[in-house]
Design a protein around this ligand. Structure first.
Ligand code: GDP
Ligand code: FE
Ligand code: FE
Ligand code: FE
Length: 195
């Protein structure tokens, strides 16, 4: 795929190289799987294919950054400081959006928001937010009980796929007695809980 819009000042091949430099082989393979799934969902739900590709390729850009570096950025760059009270696994979304803007020059807020929200979701999610959130969960390399059902739901109804994934994630976090970030609960209340 050749990029034809102005979201990026580099080609897709150059973006792939920049992303690959940030992570190990296994995670890079995951990222390519998320792109494949995000493009398929963008086709299915008539979203911007190129934005889906870029958001997917960059969604885990900060995932393997040093924990101390992320903590420093959260302190100094005006992030929600409450992030620091929860597991560092949730930091790479917001920090990733910041670094993708700063280091790769992506300025599009729809793309940056999708990166920002991809781990915990949000009460308000755009079509692209939902596509990245769901594609991350069901990409071809993922294998866990329930992934086949999640894939079926994703083809049928994207909002239901968001709900299914959110419930699954919360279930998993509760099972492990993990601290739950308030935005994760907000996502649950909006997309899963009955009004
Ligand atoms: P990945 O980056 O492709 O591995 O996937 P995600 O970005 O979606 O998730 C990263 C990790 O964050 C997963 O292990 C989730 O279970 C975890 N996570 C999601 N929500 C929360 C939360 O509210 N609190 C904590 N502590 N972890 C969470
Ligand atoms: Fe992630
Ligand atoms: Fe996810
Ligand atoms: Fe991911």
């Amino acid at each position: 795929m050749e990029y034809t819009t102005n979201y990026l000042k580099m080609s897709r091949v150059e973006l792939l190289e920049r992303v690959q430099m940030q992570m190990g082989e296994r995670r890079f393979k995951h990222v390519l799987g998320v792109e494949e799934m995000a493009i398929a969902l963008a086709g299915r739900y008539e979203a911007d294919i190129e934005a889906a590709s870029i958001a997917a390729l960059t969604h885990d850009y900060a995932k393997e950054r040093d924990r101390d570096e992320m903590q420093e950025l959260i302190r100094k760059e005006g992030f929600d400081l409450d992030l620091l009270n929860y597991g560092s696994e949730i930091w790479h979304g917001p920090v990733g959006a910041f670094l993708v803007q700063k280091e790769l020059g992506v300025q599009d807020d729809l793309i940056l928001d999708a990166i920002r929200k991809h781990t915990v979701g949000a009460s308000e999610m755009t079509l692209l937010d939902k596509i990245i959130y769901v594609a991350d969960f069901i990409e071809p390399n993922r294998d866990f009980p329930g992934v086949a059902e999640a894939r079926e739901i994703a083809i049928r109804n994207l909002d239901e796929a968001v709900a299914f994934e959110t419930k699954h994630t919360l279930h998993y976090l509760i099972e492990k007695n993990t601290k739950i970030y308030p935005q994760t609960i907000a996502t649950y209340n909006t997309w899963v809980a009955k009004s």
